[in-house]
Design a protein around this ligand. Structure first.
Ligand code: FE2
Ligand code: FE2
Length: 274
């Protein structure tokens, strides 16, 4: 069933891995990756502010959890017309604000892409559950989210493709940018497993954009939109392109300093401002 019951989402799968438990309170320098040299002056300034502090692994994974909340809400709304609270994945007390905007995409179930949307939705909900479980009591609550921040994504399957592609490629770049900042090899492996899943998501959406002649514009100067001549979001070496937390925040806050765009009250946790 394309838009099946939430309980069919695979969480009883015996092959599901148990989330690792994060060590508490580990901090380290964030200056290990060398990606600082890759960014321009404005973003370098923003990044310095993010890099001014060092972050623990839970703080870094909570940054990822904020993004997973957004992705999961997006797919839940587009395919089921509801939210994580509506589905019972989290309850109201595990949020700091509502998820608003967006709607169920009309006739999505009849689209050849319905199977893809179903898989994306289930994976993103599972990512929320996985990270929340791994973080335990350190997990941040779901922030207020405005799914309609860009004014598109829900009027048609093509509009959904346009926004979904952007979400997935930003998500990949966020995990890639955060990976060198993670201290624990156990949690780096967990983040890598999620990153690989996000890469599958991106690849399928980029192919769908090209095959359906859907334009999904670049979200910033690093973004490489899918075209028939450039199907993948990679640099000249065929490598995925990382973004710093500041660069990610600049996109999802729609240019806001500490809130805006998809997060009208900002993200939750320690990495919340450009
Ligand atoms: Fe995800
Ligand atoms: Fe994804």
């Amino acid at each position: 069933m394309f838009f099946g019951d939430i309980n069919e989402a695979g969480r009883s799968d015996p092959h599901c891995r148990e989330p690792p438990r994060l060590p508490q309170g580990r901090r380290h320098s964030r200056d290990r990756s060398g990606w600082r040299s890759q960014i321009g002056s404005k973003l370098a300034f923003n990044q310095q502010k993010v890099q001014a502090a060092s972050y623990s692994d839970p703080e870094i994974l909570n940054f990822a959890l904020n993004l997973e909340y957004l992705e999961a809400e997006f797919y839940a709304m587009a395919t089921w017309g509801t939210t994580l609270v509506g589905l019972g994945v989290i309850d109201e007390s595990e949020t700091t604000g509502p998820t608003t905007g967006g709607n169920m995409v009309k006739d999505f179930g009849a689209s050849p892409l319905a199977f893809l949307a179903t898989g994306l939705r289930d994976d993103e909900i599972d990512h929320v559950i996985y990270l929340r479980s791994a973080l335990g009591s350190d997990a941040v609550k779901k922030p207020a989210i405005d799914l309609g921040a860009l004014g598109y994504g829900y009027s048609s399957v093509d509009s959904w493709l346009k926004l979904a592609r952007q979400f997935e490629d930003v998500g990949i770049s966020a995990y890639l940018g955060a990976a060198p900042l993670i201290s624990s090899s156990t949690y780096l492996a967990a983040a890598a497993a999620i990153l690989a899943t996000e890469a599958q998501h991106s690849g399928s959406l980029r192919a769908a954009c090209i095959q359906n002649s859907v334009t999904s514009p670049a979200v910033d100067s690093k973004d490489v939109p899918p075209t028939s001549s450039k199907p993948f979001d990679v640099d000249k070496n065929g490598l995925s392109i990382p973004r710093t937390p500041a660069e990610v925040l600049n996109i999802v806050y729609a240019g806001g300093q500490s809130s805006g765009g998809f997060y009208p009250a900002g993200m939750n946790g320690s990495i919340t401002a450009q």
